[in-house]
Design a protein around this ligand. Structure first.
Ligand code: ZN
Length: 353
């Protein structure tokens, strides 16, 4: 079968190659892939910065934002069921053993399409049923967005748990730094939670401003309005989600959040940049305002299930919004060319058929 692949560690090696059919073990589910979302991680892997092929293999099938249909009855799933697969596979550490491989302690986890196991940007894949999430037909067209949404689902769940440190926490205002798919989906989650949300990115994109207005979210560009000025529009910022991919912005966010607030950091900043920081001011804000700072990666099954519920609710409340985030569709034959980052796109997906 054909698949979008890279030779890990070799920049520019992304290509559609013929790879062996997936091995369907006892109890495994064979999935016909419908579409796969591409993201910044795929671009990093294609640049050779990241990624690990399966044991004994030279190439890695990439793509970790999946949507497909069950090819034949297996694992309690019937033929045709729309499904999304999670990414991370456990390594046997205490956290993985309890079903929280997103909290892996040993770091020996594998990730489909990223680290040690083939991904989903292929005509088919096989998977254990416990790593597959059936989605309703009503959100089949947009379920490829479940994985990027699951990042915020986990972060928000963790904030909820951590904020029980106080008796009363009633968040009203939020800033999301970063206007990529993760940032926009974070804003969507917070709008569903009833918060006033402003998405902030560097350069002003009127299309994105109009898109976010559809869900009642504000928009600002730091090229026009500095981040601190955006924050100053509200009496107090209760939640900041950082999803820009830039560590300097992450630290800037630590100064924005108000009393008892929470900062959720999601950017995997793979570069080795250093920056000068107003360390006293940042530290003082964190201490005097009882600020919670929470890093988060990946997601567990609860987060995927919550994400499915939220996609369905969002689709009912703001029909067409999620679909509008998929701005570019390419065929598998053209998929390698779509790997490099294109700032004019929100989400690029590879359509298998
Ligand atoms: Zn583990």
């Amino acid at each position: 079968m054909r698949a979008l692949t890279v030779v890990p560690g070799r920049a520019g090696s992304g290509a559609v190659r013929v790879v062996p059919e997936p091995v369907v073990g006892d109890g495994d589910v064979l999935v016909d892939v419908v579409r796969v979302g591409l993201c910044g991680t795929d671009a990093e892997i294609e640049r050779g910065e990241y990624g690990l092929a399966p044991d004994g293999a030279d190439v890695l099938v990439i793509g970790h934002e999946s949507f497909g249909r069950v090819a034949r009855d297996a694992g309690g799933l019937t033929t045709g069921t729309p499904v999304v697969a999670s990414i991370r596979r456990p390594d046997g550490c205490p956290n993985c053993r309890s079903g929280e491989q997103d909290m892996c302690l040993w770091g020996g986890y594998r990730e489909r399409g990223i680290k040690g196991i083939d991904g989903f940007c292929a005509e088919r894949f096989a998977e254990r049923p416990e790593f597959l999430f059936a989605v309703p037909e009503t959100i089949a067209d947009v379920a490829v967005l479940l994985e990027p949404l699951s990042i915020t689902e986990k972060g928000w769940r963790h904030v909820g748990v951590a904020q029980r440190r106080m008796t009363v926490w009633e968040p009203r205002t939020a800033i999301v730094a970063g206007g990529g798919p993760v940032g926009i989906l974070a804003a969507l989650k917070l709008r569903l939670q009833g918060l006033d949300v402003t998405v902030v990115e560097r350069t002003h994109k009127p299309v994105k401003e109009a898109l976010l207005a559809r869900i009642g979210a504000g928009y600002a560009a730091t090229s026009v309005t500095p981040l601190e000025a955006v924050a100053a529009r509200s009496e107090r910022i209760d939640v900041v989600i950082e999803a820009t991919g830039t560590s300097a912005v992450a630290f800037e966010c630590l100064r924005l959040v108000g009393a008892n607030g929470a900062v959720i950091l999601t950017s995997v900043t793979g570069a080795k940049r250093s920056t000068l920081l107003p360390a006293d001011l940042i530290n003082q804000n964190l201490v005097l305002d009882n600020v919670l700072v929470l890093g988060t990666v990946n997601a567990k099954s609860d987060d995927f299930r919550q994400g499915i519920a939220d996609l369905a609710e969002a689709e009912g409340r703001w029909p067409g919004f999620l679909g509008a985030l998929i701005t570019r569709r390419v065929s598998l034959a053209d998929a390698a060319r779509a790997l490099s980052h294109d700032p004019s796109q929100i989400k690029t997906v590879v359509e298998m058929t």
